[in-house]
Design a protein around this ligand. Structure first.
Ligand code: SDX
Length: 437
């Protein structure tokens, strides 16, 4: 993966005046688009830390992969708007785009698809690894384990400083995540694992591994295939979100890339992040009917109640998440195509969105539906079990994680990530032994 690394430009400086100290000049960095950044590295040299819990005002790196404008609801992968990618390309093309920086031509795409298809099998010994899990384990618990276990294989191509090895690792992860995801599901329902089929498309193969059985042929519904491909595209990458930052932090230590991806999977699982799709559908099903919505809205607004509306709000978007708009359209398309007219979860979601968007509490806090608000309804309609929703998110986000991992490995700015803190513990004190042995 070769890329030119452009540095941000410096057009002006900020001056920080601290009583009793000389003013400190700080460069203001400007990227291609987005907010200007104050380069605070000089502060460290002058003995100061900056304090920013949750990194709400911190740029941890430069990147060329994805751009988000939270105010305007813009999301670009390598400069292309997400709604155009979702309707004019497919997930494997988006994988190529995120990895290489450009959409593939016919030959490039054929070569890339061939490579991915010929890495879909996992090492047969992985099968015995699944046996170590209880059958009722959450599929995300299984995926965290088995994806991390990939780091125990492929030692011959793990020179992280070799671009060819990095590319090979990316191909393997793109190819094997659907296999591992489907195996996690099959294991949880006590069905035999289904081998990948290279004659099927990427998404059709995943559906085949999820729902086929040795007893009969499984026919992929093209509407479901298309909808799932679009869901994969919408989840492929999203700048420096929590799970991607976990991958980057692990990657900054020089750790095995498969282990770094496992760090991303573990981080994604939380309901504030990738686990929100599962939590959101369960919330919509718990609300169950339109007349119960007001009490849940009241709970979401009650500071003494930890309940939040899953699928609502976002650290970056302060307007509609552009993915939620595409997801809402896809949701209606899929339910119509499958002749599902009275989906209670969709009815509750539609009414909940309408009420929340007219409620001052949500308006004042810029809380809008995010990518997770409608995705669960679609996944549920196409037969994906709720416990598999975050696994689907992890499968789709793998390309984002490994693209960020590759981008950082090739960067001249690669440094071990090591934040500091404000220490609030005890002052130094001497041990007074309580007893002598
Ligand atoms: C993803 O970062 C990414 O890019 C993530 C992601 C990706 O693709 O990788 O986009 C995927 O994780 C989407 C988000 C999925 N999570 C959820 O849907 C869970 C519900 N949402 C919230 O937990 C919350 O909105 C967060 C965590 C997503 C964002 O919260 P922030 O930015 O930390 O904001 P905050 O918690 O400081 O909230 C600001 C205010 C607070 O009220 P006040 O203290 O100002 O009175 O808004 C309130 C919050 O209580 N609030 C909500 C709310 N979300 C925020 N109140 C009710 N319901 C909600 N959903």
């Amino acid at each position: 993966m070769s890329f030119e690394e452009k540095e941000p430009i410096i057009e002006k400086y900020a001056t920080l005046s601290i009583p009793g100290k000389d003013p400190i000049k700080l460069p203001i960095l400007k990227g291609t688009m987005g907010p200007e950044c104050i380069d605070i590295r000089e502060l460290g040299k002058q003995g100061y830390f900056t304090y920013d819990p949750g990194f709400t005002s911190t740029a941890s790196t430069t990147s060329r992969l994805t751009f988000i404008d939270g105010k305007k609801g813009v999301l670009l992968y390598r400069g292309y708007p997400i709604d155009q990618l979702a309707t004019k390309t497919d997930y494997l093309q988006v994988c190529y785009l995120l990895l290489k920086g450009e959409l593939p031509n016919k030959e490039q795409f054929a070569d890339f698809t061939f490579k991915v298809k010929h890495h879909t099998l996992v090492h047969n010994q992985m099968e015995s690894l699944f046996q170590a899990f209880r059958r009722d384990s959450h599929p995300m618990a299984v995926l965290c384990g088995v994806a991390g276990a990939l780091s125990a294989f492929y030692h011959e191509t793990l020179d992280i400083y070799d671009p060819a090895h990095r590319e090979n690792t990316a191909i393997r992860l793109i190819a094997k995540m659907p296999t591992l995801a489907a195996m996690s599901y099959k294991y949880s329902i006590g069905h035999p694992f289904i081998y990948p089929r290279n004659d099927l498309s990427y998404v059709a193969n995943f559906l085949h591994m999820m729902f086929a059985t040795p007893c009969e042929e499984y026919k992929v519904n093209p509407v479901i295939e298309r909808a799932l491909d679009r869901i994969f595209i919408l989840h492929a990458d999203h700048e420096q979100n929590a799970s991607t930052s976990s991958v980057r932090l692990a990657g900054s230590t020089g750790a095995n890339p498969y282990a770094c991806i496992a760090a991303g999977i573990a981080s994604l699982w939380g309901p504030a992040h990738g686990g929100a799709n599962e939590a959101c559908l369960r919330m919509l099903q718990e609300i169950g009917s339109l007349d119960k919505i007001p009490q849940y809205i009241a709970r979401a607004k009650d500071k003494n109640d930890p309940f939040r509306l899953f699928g609502f709000g976002h650290r970056v978007y302060k307007t509609f998440d552009p993915r939620a708009l595409v997801m809402r359209e896809t949701c209606h398309e899929v339910l119509n195509e499958l002749h599902i007219t009275d989906n209670p979860a969709l009815q509750v979601a539609t009414e909940l969105e309408r009420i929340a968007l007219s409620d001052s509490y949500f308006i004042e806090r810029n809380l809008y539906p995010n990518v997770d608000f409608y995705s669960g309804i679609i996944l549920n309609a196409i037969g994906i079990p709720t416990s598999m929703f975050t696994v689907i998110f992890a499968l789709a986000r793998t390309i984002g994680w490994i693209s960020h991992w590759i981008e950082m490995q090739g960067s001249a700015n690669l440094r071990l990530g090591r934040p500091r803190q404000i220490y609030m513990g005890k002052e130094v004190r001497n041990v007074k032994p309580i007893y002598r042995r």
